[in-house]
Design a binder for this molecule. Structure first.
Ligand code: FES
Length: 293
């Protein structure tokens, strides 16, 4: 059976916990509503405006650039071409710019991960990437100081470290589901299904019901009844335990705010919209189905 060695090793690194305990609240506080950075910048870093996590977009820059640099380094070594060497140096510099962006956006995302293994693996992922970045900075310095061969070796080591970090990043997404849409596992019913007697839904109540196994949030405001997915798209928080703010709902876990009208993300960290369901009242029963709009 295949072993997940890097993850198994990280799971045993208890010394990471005190670092995470200190670092995470500091970053989360700075990105919070009363923090020095604030929620608007936080939403830019999360990628709320993009509808996609920004961090995973930016990580392609250092990975691609540094892989290209490794190939160019090899060619320089074989041919002695200075032009190829300059290309490798430029690729490393470009990777460093991308790494800075990836680090900032990654820290913002990591600050919203709860405790446990994902937080620890996320921290290890960040520390390894910081190590790789430091290797590339030193590699560039060595190259400038005419120690190109030492610079190439250090760059190769940096690439190996960043590859392990990338592996952990993949684990966070594919295994721990960090950054994925947590409503994607549910599909609203195609046809109307009854979910609650109309008289049971009180004004401004956040009411959780189920429609063919899908958790749905019902809210009555005046004449209108809203229905959206109850599972928060960010990390699966229960929106029925959140807060109603006019025609929006705020998630109780990390504060994402969604429009009840169309499911839009009005405040992050979620980058994914909440699915909205169509509602009707038939024979005293509230019925919902997949929205076709
Ligand atoms: S679970 Fe994170 S904002 Fe809802």
């Amino acid at each position: 059976m295949a072993t997940n060695l890097p993850v198994e090793v990280i799971k045993k690194q208890d010394w990471l916990e005190p670092i995470a305990d200190r670092l995470q609240p500091t970053i989360a506080g700075a990105l919070g509503p009363d923090g020095s950075i604030g929620t608007k910048v936080a939403d830019i870093l999360h990628g709320t405006w993009l509808g996609h996590p920004l961090h995973v977009v930016l990580t392609d820059v250092p990975i691609g650039s540094w892989t290209a640099a490794a190939v160019l380094d090899l060619l320089e070594e074989k041919t002695g071409s200075r032009a190829i060497g300059r290309g490798a140096d430029a690729a490393i510099a470009l990777g460093l710019v991308g790494a800075a962006g990836a680090a900032i956006t990654g820290l913002a995302d990591w600050s919203k991960i709860g405790g446990g293994q994902p937080r620890r693996i996320g921290l290890a992922h960040g520390l390894l990437n910081a190590t790789a970045t430091a290797c590339y900075v030193m590699s560039l310095c060595l190259r400038r100081a005419h120690s190109r061969s030492a610079g190439r070796r250090l760059a190769l080591f940096g690439l190996m470290v960043s590859s392990v970090a990338a592996y952990l990043g993949g684990h966070l997404v594919f295994k721990e589901k960090i950054g994925v849409d947590h409503t994607a596992d549910y599909s609203p019913p195609k046809d109307f299904v009854p979910v609650l007697a109309e008289v049971e839904l009180r004004e401004n109540e956040l009411r959780r019901v189920e429609a063919n196994g899908m958790p749905v949030l019902l809210v009555r405001r005046g004449q209108r009844i809203y229905a959206i997915a109850e599972t928060c798209a960010h990390l699966g928080g229960p929106l029925s335990e959140g807060k109603l703010e006019d025609a929006t709902v705020r998630c109780p876990w990390h504060g994402s705010r969604f429009s009840l009208d169309d499911g839009r993300v009005l405040e992050g960290p979620s980058v994914h919209m909440q699915p909205v369901l169509e509602v009707r009242v038939c024979d005293g029963q509230i019925e919902v189905r997949r929205s076709n709009s």
